[in-house]
Write a protein that binds this ligand. Sequence first.
Ligand SMILES: [Zn+2]
Length: 282
Amino acid sequence: MSKILILGLDGLDYYLSKRWNVKHILQRFNGTFDVSDISILYTPLIWSSILCGYNVEKRGYNYNTAVKKSLGILGVFYNVKRKIIKKRTPFLRTMLIKLGLLKANFIMPKDLRKDSFLEILKNKGFKVYALEVPGYNEELNGKYRLKMHDIVTAKISIKKKFIECVKEDSLRRLREISFALEGYDVVMGYLPLPDLAHHLFYHSIKSKIFMYGLYRWLDSVVYTTLLKKAYELGFTVIILSDHGFLMERNTHSPYAFWSSNIPLVIKTYKDIKNQILKIIRK
Ligand SMILES: [Zn+2]
């Protein structure tokens, strides 16, 4: 049986990775896979669909139900508010964030979550570790999602400071994931980069240079902190994104990224679960 490491890099674009030669992240085998049948290319929905091997929207977990579920008890309050006050209420939103009531973390409903390959492997008796996987067990990602939307029109210096903070957290996550390699059979971790930076830096030469630097930084820290050790310990390594990024249009692309140190056949997000279960069976 091969041990397996899955690293999720949100919004990592295949063609930019090739152009900017992030050779460690590209590993030996790589390609794109299709996510276009998910009607809203929203991060938690795509990761949930990757984990389950089917389109979770078709099982009732779509953008609206996901947002409502993420609000918990506030969901009821929000519906009432929307009926009484039609326009947006940024003050209320800011207050809820400050009070820690609005979190924007997304976890699938239980009946879908049990179909995720992480739960299936856990039930088969494998030691499974998961860190901040959207749709599965994320706790901090929502905070960054909210903050990113708040500073889309802010000064460059504020955006850069925010990305520095996300980089710091990403490095901390990489260390934790790396530590887990020592005690687990299946290790999955997720970073909210480069997606958060793509949304803030997209329309100028300076933005391109910034993104180039970020891809290069990711390539270096992912290798030194995590991949090197994973290879040494004999792990099969799969790196995935949930979608790429079309910089000229400032939007998610309908294809995503995969790479591995072993040959895999991944044409759509629906193939990933089976490929992983097959590797573990060997
Ligand atoms: Zn995004």
